[in-house]
Design a protein around this ligand. Structure first.
Ligand code: PHE
Length: 454
């Protein structure tokens, strides 16, 4: 069991794994969603709660996912089945793997639509279409994009192809190569944008918005949003991290690695906030603009600033790269499973899944226009898919992973994989994964669901 290898390959070294997992974690969640939910929930106090959630729920569950993946060295579905067999448990525990892979796959279908908008904005910024644009016009442009299925289809298709192209290359020639190029590019772009916002934006105002602690702004609802987001941003509960973990070196410490990924992901979210809010404030715009913050507020802000065309273009390029590396990790678990289960080659496996997910994405993009009338539980298709994945499938899958790795797997398996050196650290993990994380997740799950459906 110890010297097992994955048939898909393995990461060249620990840093590649850290970068690949960070590539999965850093995505639209960090750059689009984190800034706007921070904006909506009043800033500093929300950020603090979010950090607690990362530490107490995100990090331990991520360790649980990786240990299962690395133990079995197979796609999530088979990894859970195999570790269950090793621990003498019922093989139906592999349902956890199914749930995760399915959730990731559904998320990919609508994530790709939003990523398509980003590609559209890269082109728009690059060709100067937002120079000196008014708020009204920027709003109208975005509305027009959503009203045009043809335009969205072009960008959605391109994005799916970009992802399939990388996943088809396999772990070493696809994922690893993409990671080596895209992650350094991502960090450089982020620093360039930070420099721009320090020099050109209202940096002090942006800083104090993110870090001044004003507990009055914090509501119970905001705590739930923070907890849910901790999950989404670390790519937990959908097989992505488990699949990546199955390609991880046996000797690398899971604890240290996961901590590094958590810190990097958080840093990127904070730096993204520091790059965005000063630009927003410099143009006297509203930080609480919601999902439109990136697609309406920012283009207007960039359009009015010196050098804004270039930096606006770089900004959307950054978001595009981040979304790309995340989507790759959404397609990988299902692809690995098809290869294992049916002996398919990577290319046909990735293509087949790409075509299905592309069709599903079309349903999402039509829900903004022709299919606007179709409602599931009172929501359009796009919102419904977002809702069942983020609020139902992910928490459920995260909860099951916590229970499975904390309560069900034998101690010798978890201790052997985690090899946490001291007993103290292992006990700390064990305490958090058995009690704190599941209770916290159960709370989001129930309250969130109650809130949405009541
Ligand atoms: N973590 C990614 C983000 O923050 C989203 C994602 C979710 C990626 C699930 C992979 C798997 O945008």
């Amino acid at each position: 069991m110890q010297s097992k290898q994955s048939i898909h390959g393995s990461w060249a070294n620990r840093w590649i794994f850290i970068l690949a997992a960070t590539g999965s974690a850093v995505g639209l969640g960090n750059i689009w969603k984190f800034p706007y939910i921070t904006g909506e929930n009043g800033g500093g106090a929300f950020v603090l709660v979010y950090l607690f959630c990362i530490m107490l729920v995100g990090i331990p569950i991520m360790m649980g996912e990786i240990l299962v993946g690395r133990r079995a060295r197979q796609s999530p579905i088979n990894a859970v089945r195999e570790t269950a067999a090793e621990a003498g448990l019922n093989k139906n525990w592999s349902l956890i793997g199914w749930l995760g892979v399915l959730a990731g796959y559904i998320i990919f279908s609508f994530y790709s639509v939003v990523a398509g908008w980003v590609l559209h904005y890269i082109a728009g910024m690059g060709t100067g279409q937002f120079v000196d644009i008014s708020s009204d016009l920027a709003g109208e442009r975005f509305t027009n994009l959503l009203a045009s299925p043809d335009q969205m289809l072009v960008w959605h298709t391109l994005f799916v192809l970009m992802v399939v192209g990388v996943v088809a290359g396999g772990v070493n020639k696809g994922l690893e190569r993409a990671t080596k190029i895209m992650m350094p590019a991502l960090f450089v772009l982020l620093l360039v944008l930070l420099g721009y916002s320090v020099n050109t934006g209202s940096f002090g105002q942006g800083w104090s918005f993110l870090f001044s602690f004003n507990p009055e702004a914090l509501t119970w609802d905001a705590v739930l949003v923070a907890l849910g987001h901790a999950f989404f941003t670390l790519s937990l509960g959908m097989g992505a991290i488990m699949a990546y973990g199955s390609y991880m070196g046996k000797k690398d410490s899971i604890g240290v690695t996961v901590l590094t990924i958590g810190v990097l992901d958080t840093l990127v979210a904070l730096v993204a906030g520091l790059a965005i809010f000063p630009v927003v404030f410099a143009n006297q715009m509203d930080p609480a603009a919601g999902p439109g913050l990136m697609f309406i507020t920012l283009p207007v802000a960039f359009g009015q600033m010196p050098g804004g065309q270039v930096f606006g273009f770089l900004f959307f390029l950054l978001v595009g790269v981040a979304a790309w590396t995340s989507a790759i990790s959404l397609l990988e678990p299902a692809t690995a499973w098809l290869v294992e289960r049916f002996g398919l080659k990577r290319l046909p496996a990735a293509l087949l899944l790409g075509v299905i997910v592309w069709l599903m994405g079309i349903a999402s993009l039509l829900s903004f226009n022709h299919w606007e009338e179709i409602k599931l539980l009172g929501m359009g298709i796009f919102d419904f898919l977002d809702f069942i994945t983020a609020n139902v499938m992910l928490p459920l899958s995260g909860l099951m992973i916590a229970i499975y790795s904390g309560w069900m797997l034998n101690k010798h398996i978890t201790r052997d994989e985690l090899a946490l050196g001291s007993n103290m650290t292992y006990s700390a993990w064990s305490l958090v994964i058995r009690f704190i994380a599941p209770v916290a997740v159960m709370v989001i799950f129930v309250v969130n669901l109650y809130d949405k459906l009541a």
